[in-house]
Write a protein that binds this ligand. Structure first.
Ligand SMILES: [Zn+2]
Length: 244
């Protein structure tokens, strides 16, 4: 808690115990137990550290729920964290290998049990369509290494779906990664150049591809927000679903 306050992030996270997907239910139960104990310690210490700071200037603190794909464990975790009254809540421990329908069921359960006036943050999910599916189930915040990891390995997010830039057919392709993208990379470089850099393991290639993938996701979120405002989110999601 002290480290996070020192780096002055807007939102701090509790320490949690993240189980592995292959862990038994008993092990995941232990992770829930430990996560709740730590959440309480984090909350108490975080409150104490900020007790002289005016409320509107305080760093926020989010609690992280665990419980794998087990509804009873998720319910227990949510109940125990809600009692501590965090500024927002995270859905932890998903995207580890569980079936997508199980992931979405847990997200729906979490949304139905968490306070409606607090943001919900789905940790570790970065696939474009998965993000939209989560938004349609009430998730507000995301983070993931996936867009940059994919970029470094040559998988590029585009308006026509995923593009494997290392494919031989892009070797002399002078067009941008995505002609519908307004990012710095698409305005200045060709597919052939990005492919060349990545295939030579040049770090600048990884940076350019990462820049584009992050830009793509930020733009996707902007469009999603606009679509929600215009009451057209479902159409927007279906459009993305066709290419992803
Ligand atoms: Zn771009």
């Amino acid at each position: 808690m002290e480290i996070q306050l020192n780096i002055n992030s807007e939102i701090a996270m509790c320490l949690d115990k993240m189980p592995l997907y292959e862990n038994s239910k008993q092990e995941i139960k232990q992770a829930v137990r430990k996560t709740s104990i730590w959440a309480k310690k984090c909350k108490n210490h975080h409150d104490a550290l900020q007790k002289n700071i005016p409320k509107n200037k305080r760093q926020l603190l989010f609690g992280i729920t665990q419980g794998g794909i087990y509804k009873d464990l998720r319910k227990k975790s949510i109940k125990e964290l809600k009692e501590l009254d965090f500024d927002g809540y995270c859905v932890g421990g998903l995207g580890l290998g569980e079936k997508q329908k199980d992931e979405y069921k847990i997200i729906e359960l979490q949304k139905s049990l968490l306070p409606n006036n607090k943001p919900i943050y789905l940790m570790g999910i970065g696939d474009p369509l998965e993000i939209l599916e989560a938004i349609s189930r009430g998730i507000d915040i995301f983070d993931s290494r996936m867009p940059t990891q994919n970029a470094r390995r040559g998988t590029i997010f585009t308006s026509n779906g995923k593009l494997k830039i290392l494919n031989k057919k892009y070797e002399s392709d002078k067009s941008p990664i995505d002609k519908n993208c307004n990012c710095f990379v698409c305005k200045n470089y060709s597919r052939a150049y990005i492919k060349f850099l990545l295939s030579q393991d040049e770090s600048v290639g990884k940076e350019l591809a990462s820049y584009h993938n992050l830009y793509y996701l930020q733009d996707l979120i902007k469009q999603a927000k606009q679509a929600i405002k215009n009451n057209k989110f479902k159409d927007f999601k279906n459009k993305i679903k066709k290419v992803y």
